[in-house]
Design a protein around this ligand. Structure first.
Ligand code: COA
Length: 181
């Protein structure tokens, strides 16, 4: 069975977020979230110097293709105003048994254990959609994401094409046993 969404999560410092599937009208919220991320975090997520997401990318991000893509956001309350504080997604090529994840947490919300919870939900969704493996490309210097992936049961291997990147990969099917949640 897939994850039950929306879900309310309590973070380490007591703040709470709603986790729900992304919606078509999340474009502005997603753009704002990227705008609130540090240069370093944006670089880690996009592997490039990205200041804003282009309209075609926003359109794609907010319209996951059924069966092949899945995306969720975490919505937090900052001074009475709701805003997107994290996003996580996977995508796959048609017919593939492997999906590729990407995740970003706005800097003010990092270090609260949010990413492992979102990864867990993402893996449950991927498993429910019949995927057998989940993988991700992570910059070699991204020790936070590599450590997190390792704790969640992902292998961490060199990318034969690119020494600046590691490929983390995990079989699905036993997702409930993942650590770090
Ligand atoms: C990597 C990332 C997803 C981790 O999310 P998170 O919710 O902070 O995860 P956790 O709270 O479990 O922390 C994971 C690790 O990051 C460290 N960390 C978290 N926030 C940090 C911060 N602001 N500064 C330094 N270290 C931090 C934690 O101490 C922990 O380190 P450890 O592995 O040595 O224990 C998040 O930092 C992020 O979005 N980074 C930018 C985008 C990115 O790198 N995406 C992954 C590529 S697909």
């Amino acid at each position: 069975m897939g994850p039950v969404l929306p879900a309310r999560l309590k973070l380490r410092d007591g703040r709470e977020v709603w986790v729900r599937e992304i919606q078509p009208d999340d474009k502005d919220g997603l753009q704002a979230a990227v705008g609130h991320m540090s240069v370093q975090s944006r670089y880690m997520r996009f592997m490039a110097t990205v200041r804003a997401i282009s309209e075609p990318m926003l359109e794609k991000a907010t319209h996951p293709v059924a069966d092949r893509e899945f995306a969720l956001v975490a919505v937090g309350d900052e001074g009475g105003v709701e805003s997107i504080v994290a996003g996580a997604r996977y995508a796959s090529d048609a017919g593939s048994d492997t999906c590729e994840f990407a995740i970003m947490i706005v800097d003010d919300w990092q270090g609260q254990g949010l990413a492992p919870r979102l990864m867990q939900i993402l893996m449950e969704a991927a498993e429910a959609h019949g995927f057998r493996y989940m993988e991700g490309s992570v910059l070699t210097q991204n020790t936070a994401m590599r450590g997190l992936a390792r704790r969640l049961g992902f292998d961490d291997k060199a990318d034969p094409r690119d020494a600046t990147v590691r490929v983390v990969k995990r079989a699905l099917g036993n997702v409930g046993a993942a650590a770090g949640t």
